[in-house]
Design a protein around this ligand. Structure first.
Ligand SMILES: [Zn+2]
Length: 339
């Protein structure tokens, strides 16, 4: 029986907030492209961080979407940085199905100084520290965590290191974030981001040899065999490095056109795309349960202007409680202050 795989031309446009997986069988390459519009705009606009911090968090959101959507699991994927740079921490939470939330913690004065000095690139803002990836599949399942050092490079570089060391999969990632100004929108800008992740996954594992492993990892007495990288991976890597920021961000360059531009000579197959949406998992019930875990005395100290106000760090939503409300058995209060 002859099974024909249908072929068609690339679509002219891409829906925003989607992730498109693809495969280049001839080169043993798999990858995915993420395009973020309204979802990222909602996350970044709610926070209104300084520009370079927004941009960096946008890259982290695109990376977490690429990575989180490639994992076969049900639950939460958490990507977190911790560093000694002006941006102390970035957290992106990706829940199976594509719900995403994100926030940053940073030192305002140091970020302002970095902007003034022109040293506000992603790598400079993060400084030295680590990037952690955690998979949380619920209370009775193991949390899996991978760690990679941040050494002054940006998130792309940290991602390459992570896949090289933790997963041993040759990987290249490109990320881009920008503000888009639309005609007739009188100066209002919208955040957009795009990213591509390419991985080399041959059936024969010896083809995945990576000559750039740190010689420090080699046990004493073992000489490092400096084998060249596989030709297919050399070609794939070179192609993905030609991707320009504009190709990742511009809504008029569709994801399929981008993938076709890169790999049409080898033949590329695309799969069903997945969606991403900005959605926080906080709720009034969760916040109340958190407040209930404090002592009455602690709660009394939280009262300001006659109420306890708790703001979610991820989405900036504020939940107000009357002083006696938490701890009482049937609070029955209606939600206030939520937006
Ligand atoms: Zn929230």
């Amino acid at each position: 029986m002859n099974i024909d795989i249908p072929t068609r031309s690339p679509l002219p446009r891409t829906a925003d907030d989607t992730i498109l997986p693809f495969e280049v069988a001839a080169l043993d390459l798999r990858g995915r492209v993420v395009r973020l519009g309204p979802a990222l705009d909602e996350i970044l606009t709610r926070h209104n961080y300084p520009l370079p911090v927004s941009k960096l968090l946008g890259e982290a959101v695109a990376l977490a979407a690429l990575f989180g959507s490639s994992l076969k699991f049900d639950g939460r994927f958490i990507m977190q940085t911790q560093g000694d740079g002006p941006v102390r921490m970035l957290v992106v939470d990706y829940v199976t199905g594509g719900r995403i939330r994100a926030c940053a913690r940073f030192d305002k004065a140091r970020v302002a100084d970095a902007i003034a000095a022109g040293t506000a690139s992603g790598g400079e803002l993060l400084g030295r520290g680590h990037l952690a990836m955690t998979i949380d599949q619920g209370s009775d399942m193991n949390r899996y965590q991978g760690l990679v050092a941040l050494e002054g490079g940006g998130l792309e570089q940290a991602a390459h290191e992570y896949f090289l060391r933790s997963e041993q999969i040759p990987t290249r990632v490109r990320l881009a974030v920008a503000e888009e100004m639309r005609k007739g929108d009188s100066g209002v800008t919208h955040w957009r981001a795009g990213g591509i992740m390419l991985q080399f996954l041959p059936e024969a594992p010896e083809r995945m040899r990576m000559p750039d492993l740190d010689p420090g990892d080699v046990p004493e007495g073992v000489t490092l065999d400096m084998v060249p990288e596989d030709d297919a991976w050399v070609e794939g890597k070179a192609l993905v490095e030609t991707v320009e920021d504009i190709e990742l961000i511009d809504p008029d360059i569709s994801t399929e056109r981008l993938v076709y531009r890169l790999f049409h000579e080898r033949g590329v197959r695309v799969f069903d795309s997945a969606n991403v949406e900005a959605q926080c998992s906080c709720s009034r019930d969760n916040v109340e349960a958190m407040l209930q875990s404090f002592s009455q005395d602690d709660r009394d100290h939280m009262v300001e202007d006659g109420k306890i106000a708790v703001t979610c760090e991820f989405c900036n939503r504020t939940y107000d409680f009357a002083p006696g409300e938490v701890g009482a058995h049937d609070s029955g209060a209606s939600e206030t202050g939520a937006n």
